[in-house]
Design a protein around this ligand. Structure first.
Ligand code: ADP
Ligand code: SF4
Ligand code: MG
Length: 414
């Protein structure tokens, strides 16, 4: 990270008169760096033509320029509808997929381009819990083998200590330690997910990517598994990237939440802000579908916002703002210019030209002046674009929506 002063505009590319909207000294752990810093990460899957030549005719832009940080021992929730790229993002971070572009910085090391061999020691540190506890456990292996194999592969305990360690792990996740010689089909869905959690914990990882870990489970046992995850997080100080398709699940687990739409993060904020004062129309629509949250939010029942139409194809996403085909606030600029993920509060970023609390969106795009366009998104030759900081995490300065200036002081009562 650069050590540029918060008040010193960076001038790269934009000439000496550009202004910086937020700055470099982002929140970090005590050693000065977040555990995970993902920057402009992309994953495109090629779409091939049929026939003999199988030419590439397009790309599924599954993850399209995502940046965020996860601090040591903290939990970031990642929420969005099915198909928005959450699992792909999780698989990029655990390096089950190769990134198309961007960087994944883990404990200060760029791991996005490491070979399988180079990744081996890091695989111990980053583990994944999968959505489907039925397909993610090999039915032909006993629980002892499933949980014990990582210990054996990474040689973390002596051979004769593997079984006692497996039993200890089974106990931690609330399973009978004597059941190590049973097979996955002898367990219920919730118990299988506990086996998956024991396997993920075996190597004492620093980061756990949990990809919809309770979506496949009965509602009655979802809370138990979430409580277990929360207990292990606290006890072992593990950082979590907790992926879910609705905002209700991550609400109690994650102090910070990012909302994804069509491969991009559209809003990220601390929990309080995201659930009570969301500024992106998509987050507002997602929240209005969570009754307890929408009622609690303003002390009265919120207007229910229906999301109309389908999620567009990630092969050919809409120009400008990818949410515009379903957004009731959309105007000309939304089709022309992609809104930057702009920091608008101490721990709040939003990617929208008209961000605001429900019913309080501004009449004119807040981004036009910053981007050097007119209100319809056409280039304005007289304007000086600001240099908008696209670094992950939150900086000490942000764009104040009311004052329309860069600030670092919260407004009274804000
Ligand atoms: N291996 C793959 N090859 C081609 N397209 C893929 C692949 N994996 C995912 N996709 C596509 O990428 C998009 C994002 O998928 P995914 O990451 O699974 O979303 P989510 O987990 O949010 O439901 C979807 O359009 C999906 O069809
Ligand atoms: S940029 Fe425009 S289309 Fe996109 S969310 Fe904001 S108002 Fe809606
Ligand atoms: Mg998924």
């Amino acid at each position: 990270m650069s050590d540029a002063s918060p008040t010193t505009p960076r001038t790269t590319g934009g000439g000496p008169s550009t202004r910086t909207v937020s700055s470099a000294a982002h929140h970090a752990t005590s050693d000065g760096k977040p555990l995970l810093e993902v920057r402009n990460l992309k994953k495109y899957f090629p779409v091939k033509s049929s026939g003999l030549l199988r030419r590439t005719v397009g790309n599924v832009q599954a993850v399209d320029g995502v940046s965020f940080t996860v601090e040591s021992g903290r939990a970031l929730g990642l929420v969005g509808e099915s198909g928005c790229g959450k699992s792909t993002l999780g698989r990029l971070i655990t390096r089950l997929y190769e990134p198309t572009a961007g960087t994944i910085d883990f404990e200060g090391q760029e791991i996005g381009q490491l070979s399988n061999k180079q990744m081996l020691p890091i695989r111990r540190e980053i583990q994944m819990i999968f959505q489907d506890p039925y397909s993610s456990l090999n039915p032909r292996h006993t629980v002892g083998t499933i949980v014990g194999t990582p210990l054996e592969v990474h040689k973390v305990v002596a051979k004769d200590k593997i079984l006692p360690r497996v039993q200890e792990l089974l106990e931690i996740v609330g399973l009978n330690p004597e059941h190590y010689n049973r097979y996955p089909n002898e367990f219920s869905g919730g118990q299988r997910q506990r086996i998956g959690i024991a396997r993920a914990l075996a190597l004492q990882p620093k980061l756990l990517v949990a990809d919809e870990p309770v979506s496949a489970l009965d509602v009655s046992i979802q809370a138990q598994v979430i409580n277990l995850l929360q207990d292990v997080q606290r006890e072992f100080g593990i950082a979590f990237l907790f992926i879910a398709h609705d905002l209700a699940v991550v609400r109690h687990f994650c102090p910070e939440v990012a909302v994804m739409y069509l491969g991009r993060i559209v809003e990220v904020a601390d929990r309080e802000t995201l659930y009570h004062r969301p500024h992106h129309p998509y987050t507002q629509a997602l929240l209005s579908a969570v009754p307890e949250v929408s009622q609690a939010a303003a002390g009265h029942r919120r207007e229910r916002i229906m999301l109309e139409g389908d999620v567009p194809s990630p092969i050919n996403p809409p120009s400008g703002c990818s949410f515009r085909t379903r957004c009731r606030l959309a105007q000309d600029i939304c089709a022309r210019v992609e809104p930057p993920l702009l920091q608008i509060g101490p721990t709040h970023k939003v990617a929208c030209h008209f961000p605001g609390e429900l019913g309080k969106a501004p009449d004119r795009p807040i981004t036009a002046r910053l981007l050097g366009t007119d209100d319809a998104g056409a280039p304005d030759p007289g304007a000086t674009p600001a240099e908008i900081d696209d670094r992950p995490g939150f900086g000490p300065t942000w764009y104040d929506l009311e004052a329309r200036t860069i600030t670092s002081t919260p407004r009274p009562g804000a």
